[in-house]
Ligand binder design. Structure first.
Ligand code: AMP
Length: 273
């Protein structure tokens, strides 16, 4: 595996053949590694990026305390068979007063509303990484469903010739979706956190039995509150546009965001499609 720190070094090592790209912020876990495996199955070269992107963090978010276990990440990437690890620093990625990308509509609801500027930061860094890495295919986790919709619209609207592959969410046995931010949870909070997935599963079954969404939503929000969460939203959406719907169709997903102590957790579940 080659570790590359600068854009010019990446250019010098630019691979031939198909390139699969897995963008991450590091603190690698099984979810990230499952994307690497998928990329390795489908491409001649797999590029993993590790970049804690400052522009997608709000002023009161966890940018400084975000975990950065770089040596461990390098070992995991190597063991998994990553060919190129691209880990630039902030100065390499951002000139002064940088241009930014805004993806209208899909980036403005839910996490976009709760975290102003977050998806502009995501869209900008993903566009830059796509232009630097120039992959054939890029691999994203369904765990961040709205991010997938934003990146897909970015690719369509700006004519990136890149195939996106959305990969299944990896979970703990308890059902808790793996996330680098789970490190912030205490052991007791981790047990409580699994209520999110249990609630999603139960709500999915109710919707498939044709229970009206309003009732299911009220039940789910109260279930989360009783477990100790401060829920932010529990919604049924079209997963391509992220617009709320009240009756399930061919691309319906349940999405949820809830705070447990200081930690904000998100998750989602496909209902149909
Ligand atoms: P992050 O490092 O959190 O920015 O995530 C990098 C990529 O890994 C994104 O495409 C995420 O959606 C994906 N990812 C994060 N958690 C999981 C998970 N539990 N299962 C599958 N993919 C994930």
């Amino acid at each position: 595996m080659i570790v590359v720190r600068t854009i010019s070094d990446y250019r010098k090592n630019y691979p031939s053949g198909s390139i699969g790209f897995v963008p991450t912020m590091g603190a690698l876990h099984e979810g990230h590694l499952s994307l690497v495996r998928e990329s390795k199955r489908e491409n001649q070269t797999t590029v993993l990026s590790i970049f804690v992107n400052p522009t997608q963090f709000g002023p009161n978010e966890d940018l400084t305390k975000y975990p950065r276990p770089f040596e461990r990440d390098t070992e995991l990437a190597q063991q998994e068979g990553v060919d190129i690890l691209f880990a630039p620093n902030v100065d390499e990625m951002y000139p002064e007063d940088p241009s930014t990308v805004h993806v209208p509509g899909v980036s403005e609801y839910f996490d976009g509303a709760a975290r102003p500027g977050h998806f502009d930061g995501v869209a900008t860094v993903v566009a830059k990484l796509f232009n630097i890495v120039r992959p054939t295919s890029a691999y994203f986790g369904q765990k961040d469903l709205q991010q997938c919709a934003v990146v897909q619209k970015l690719v369509n609207d700006l004519n990136f010739e890149i195939r996106l592959k959305i990969c299944q969410t990896c979970r703990e046995k308890s059902g808790l979706a793996l996330s680098s931010r789970n490190q912030y949870l205490s052991n007791t909070e981790k047990i409580v956190a699994s209520t999110i997935y249990a609630t999603l599963l139960n709500a999915q079954q109710r919707l498939l039995r044709a229970e009206p969404f309003e009732g299911v939503q009220a039940w789910a929000l109260s279930e989360l509150k009783t477990a100790g969460f401060q829920p932010e939203y529990f919604e049924l959406v079209n997963r391509n546009t992220m617009s709320p719907i009240s009756v399930i169709d061919g691309c319906s997903s349940l999405i949820v965001a809830a705070k447990l102590g200081a930690t904000r957790l998100i998750d989602n579940l496909t209902v149909t499609g």
